[in-house]
Structures are given as structure tokens and as C-alpha cells.
Design a protein around this ligand. Structure first.
Ligand code: CO8
Length: 258
């Protein structure tokens, strides 16, 4: 891979977008690599949590690559959009938990890829924004949809229409970032969170992710029915027996198999 770094250790995959000279902007090659890498990771049962970050201390992802888009035809733009849709869809729906470690600029496609992750942790210097309208385009990697779902329609419209860049603190205040931490602690903080997630039944976590994702896109009654079905499914697992037996035996160590 030319534009990605991948380290897998103790159930955690640390995936770094590595184009620091372009502030980790997403070009077609990076999107294709990301898609292929996520396709492998989603089938890797040894990986329970994926942490996505950007290379360097300045930028997470400064958006789609403007130098590639400037002369692109509508057909090429659509192709790029579809590629991103596939890769971001994998992040959103893969069985593993995905955490965006937002280490700097998360603009345009960068803000959008962070929103395709389950959880966003921002460093204090992070900046979020959707500057596309200032480039004469609109968010094309899911921004009009995921931002409105995360922070509400009014705030999403303001951010997209004004192209304002907001601080990590403001992102936290409006619910775009789950936490804000000093930059030097960012990856450690995300790994510690991954550790807490991995102590729990992995299949249960995957089912909960599926219930939340699908439920958010449907009516309450259908979401509750889905939850009841997945809840029932979790009763078929050895992990349910183990988790409950450990509680009753007052045993802290649990042996989930997932
Ligand atoms: N694309 C390509 N190159 C970029 C990008 C980008 N998005 N962002 C930064 N770079 C490059 C710069 O051109 C510069 O390169 P060089 O050194 O060769 O001149 C280098 O990175 C460093 O950038 P700056 O010198 O500009 O650094 P500053 O610290 O002055 O500014 C900013 C940092 C504020 C992040 C600034 O670089 C900036 O505004 N970048 C663009 C941000 C942006 O507009 N992002 C949105 C892009 S559009 C998008 O994401 C659409 C998604 C949907 C697409 C759907 C397609 C179908």
C-alpha cells in the first residue's frame, strides 16, 4: 500500500492514512487502498477494533484530493464518490468497532470519514468542517446525511452552508466528537477505549452495532423489533453463558470467544 500504514497488535488494527505532504487528502488511489484494506480487516477475526488516524501532527484528513478533482469529469467524480461510499460503508458496517482518532484537520471527506466510524476521539488541535460549498461542490462522501444524523439538521446545515471550521471543543459540545484529549495521548486513549470494548462479548458488541446502525435509519417500532430479534440471537451464544456465569460466580476473568 502506497498511502496507508497498518499495524495489528493485540486485537487492535491501527490504520494510518499516510500522505502527510497533502495533509492526508484522499485521492482515488488512497480510497481504493482503504477499501481493499478494510475488506481484509472485516474478515479478520483476530481484529476486534480498528483505529483510523492520519499521519503527522497536523492533519487527520484534509478532505478529498482537490488537485485530482479539479479537472475531473462528472463521471470521474461519481466514480470517486462511489468508491468512497464503498470504503466508508465498510467502516460503518464492519463487525469490528471503528474509532476515528482525529489528530488534526478533519475537513470535507476527512470529517466525513470520521463520521463513518463508530466513535470519534479528537486531539485538542483538531478542526472539523465541511468546506465543499466554498469549492463549488457539496459534501459527496456522506456529509449531508451523516452530519445531520449526528448533530441535527440545523447545525449540519449551518456547518455545510457557512463552511465554518470548528474546534475540537466545539465538535465535542455539539456531539460530533465523543472526547477531546491532548494530541500526545490520542492513540493511547483510543487503545485504552478499545481495550475496554474488547473485554466484552465481541459478538454482542457486533450485534449492538448492527442494532444501533439499522435502528437509526428506521422507525422506532422496527428498530425495537430488530433489537428484540438480535437480543434473542445473543442468547444462542457461548458468550452469553460465559458472561452470566462469570457474574454469578463473582468471577472478574471472562473467556469470551465471539
Ligand atoms: N487536497 C489536495 N491537497 C491538499 C488538500 C486537499 N484537500 N489539503 C491540503 N492539501 C495540500 C496543499 O495543497 C499543500 O500542498 P503544497 O505544499 O504542495 O502546496 C499541503 O497540503 C499543505 O497545505 P497548506 O499549505 O494549505 O496548509 P495550511 O496549514 O496553510 O492549511 C488547510 C491547512 C486549512 C487544511 C488547507 O490546506 C485547506 O484548506 N485544505 C483544503 C481543505 C478542503 O477544502 N477540504 C475539502 C476538500 S473537498 C472534499 O473533501 C469533498 C469530499 C467529497 C468528494 C466527492 C467526490 C466525488
Amino acid at each position: 500500500m502506497n498511502n496507508l500504514l497498518l499495524e495489528v497488535e493485540n486485537g487492535i488494527a491501527l490504520l494510518t492514512i499516510n500522505r502527510p505532504k497533502a495533509l492526508n487528502a484522499l485521492n482515488s488511489e488512497t480510497l481504493a487502498e482503504l477499501n481493499a484494506c478494510l475488506a481484509e480487516l472485516e474478515n479478520n477475526e483476530a481484529v476486534k477494533v480498528v483505529i483510523l488516524t492520519g499521519s503527522g501532527a497536523k492533519s487527520f484528513v484534509a478532505g478529498a484530493d482537490i488537485s485530482e478533482m479539479v479537472n475531473a469529469t462528472p463521471a470521474e467524480g461519481r466514480k470517486m464518490g462511489l468508491l468512497a461510499r464503498e470504503a466508508f460503508g465498510r467502516l460503518e458496517n464492519m463487525p469490528q468497532v471503528t474509532i476515528a482518532a482525529v489528530n488534526g484537520f478533519a475537513l470535507g471527506g476527512g470529517c466525513e470519514i470520521s463520521m463513518a466510524c463508530d466513535i470519534r476521539v479528537a486531539s485538542e488541535n483538531a478542526k472539523f468542517g465541511q468546506p465543499e460549498c466554498g469549492l463549488g461542490i457539496l459534501p459527496g462522501f456522506g456529509g449531508t446525511q451523516r452530519l445531520a444524523r449526528l448533530v441535527g439538521k440545523g447545525r449540519a446545515k449551518e456547518l455545510i452552508f457557512t463552511c465554518d471550521m470548528i474546534s475540537a471543543e466545539e465538535a465535542y459540545r455539539i456531539g460530533l466528537a465523543n472526547h477531546v484529549v491532548p494530541q500526545e495521548e490520542l492513540i493511547g486513549y483510543c487503545k485504552a477505549m478499545a481495550g475496554r470494548i474488547m473485554k466484552n462479548g465481541p459478538f454482542a458488541v457486533t450485534l449492538a452495532k448492527q442494532a444501533i446502525n439499522t435502528g437509526m435509519d428506521t422507525d422506532l417500532d422496527s428498530g425495537l423489533k430488530l433489537e428484540a430479534n438480535l437480543f434473542g440471537l445473543s442468547f444462542s451464544t457461548a458468550d452469553k453463558k460465559e458472561g452470566m456465569t462469570a457474574f454469578l460466580e463473582k468471577r472478574k476473568e471472562k473467556h469470551f470467544i465471539g
